[in-house]
Design a protein around this ligand. Structure first.
Ligand code: HEC
Length: 123
């Protein structure tokens, strides 16, 4: 009798454990799929760290952040999706892939691109 109870409670326990594992793995995955822009992601700081060296000075022909006309022209000619593709994959063998922010997700790079376009004054 005692043994049966033990087995029963062991089964109940393992069921509980499984439920906990299932619940915790679901919640561990959620941030990856739902929030690919991590909490506290700061596009201005990312720009300053990764992009500014070229895009503030215009080094190697990089469009300067302050150059509204240049960004406006690129945006109109190519559209934002194309600009984002060039940001992610690199462009013309001179704009480096991901703008050298290797820890950035593509979604975070999209946020940085929005920051660049807004700051430049392009619409
Ligand atoms: C090593 C220098 C360098 C760094 C670092 C860099 N860029 Fe660039 N980027 C360039 C140059 C040069 C061009 C112009 C390429 C051309 O038009 O031939 C460019 C072009 C671009 C374009 C326009 C692409 C197009 O299709 O016209 C975008 C958008 C861009 N950069 C975003 C970024 C962002 C965002 C970062 C930082 C995450 C970054 N870049 C970091 C050099 C750099």
């Amino acid at each position: 009798m005692k043994a049966v109870q033990l087995v029963k409670s062991a089964i109940a326990m393992s069921g509980l454990t499984l439920a906990i594992v299932a619940a915790s793995s679901a919640s561990a995955e959620a941030p990856l799929t739902l929030a690919q822009v991590s909490d506290g992601f700061d596009p201005a700081a990312t720009y300053a760290r990764s992009c500014g060296a070229c895009h503030n000075s215009g080094a190697a022909g990089a469009p300067r952040l302050s150059d509204t006309e240049e960004w406006q022209a690129r945006l109109e000619e190519k559209g934002k999706d194309q600009l984002l593709t060039h940001l992610i994959e690199g462009y013309n063998n001179i704009m480096p892939a991901k703008g050298m922010c290797f820890t950035c997700t593509n979604e975070e790079l999209a946020v940085v691109l929005d920051y660049v376009l807004t700051e430049s004054g392009a619409e």
